[in-house]
Ligand binder design. Sequence first.
Ligand SMILES: Nc1ncnc2c1ncn2[C@@H]1O[C@H](COP(=O)(O)OP(=O)(O)OP(=O)(O)O)[C@@H](O)[C@H]1O
Ligand SMILES: [Mg+2]
Length: 262
Amino acid sequence: MNAPEPSKSPSPRARILAVTSGKGGVGKTFISANLAAALARRGLKVLVLDADLGLANLDVVLNLHPKVTLHDVFTGKATLEEALLSAPGGFSVLLAGSGLVEYSRLTPEVRDHLLSVIDQVTPRFDIVILDTGAGISDVVLYTISLAAEVLVVVTPEPTSMTDAYATIKVLALQQGRREMRLVVNQVPRVGDGRATAAQLQQVVDRFVSPAAGGAVTLTLLGDVPSDMGVREAVKKRRLLVETLPGSPAAQAVTALAAKLSP
Ligand SMILES: Nc1ncnc2c1ncn2[C@@H]1O[C@H](COP(=O)(O)OP(=O)(O)OP(=O)(O)O)[C@@H](O)[C@H]1O
Ligand SMILES: [Mg+2]
């Protein structure tokens, strides 16, 4: 893979996986959190970093009320150790703040702080999941550049597919990414994600690969059905894989974790 080196540490341990989508509200945070719990259940040491630095949601989904966030670490008010929290699913989290406009732009400070945090956590985990915000702002793109692997969450809706395509194109052309993984969320039936993935690959083959000077490949990690249980779990602020482990969406996320595991 042509991804940039995720860390300057001598022996980085964690696989760094950025979860992104272009379009907002398609399920990045739901998948990041539940995937983390499913991976933790497989014995992996997992960290989820809420990379939606100014409009964080992970704390809400996990019903955590952090006294210390990444913002405090970045501003020197707290140590990284104080910000690292245990989440209900048996994984660790670094939570972000909400309503912080200073993170809408990529400043040299934000860049350095993010890099430094990643450098410090990499040796301590097996997998670090970066749950990015929506869009392709500089902050989102920089966060993704710190990850060796990219997981694009898309739904079968044309607007989500258009935004996923735009994201994939930028990542191929700006970051030299040649392989990206897809999760098709909110499909009517398990298996329907294949059509969405094939459609996206077709446009990528036609318009992105020639411009990128080589084949850009999307690998379908799996799909996750639209499931009432997801909304119920979010409302209860519980992880779906814990509160409704037998539900279709929980089983699908568990299958994603199995495919991602070494
Ligand atoms: N498979 C699913 N079935 C049903 N509802 C879902 C599913 N996935 C996500 N949702 C709904 O979509 C909402 C938004 O999901 P989530 O917050 O994970 O999206 P996001 O991509 O992280 O959004 P943002 O771009 O704002 O960060 C969830 O609260 C849930 O109600
Ligand atoms: Mg989110």
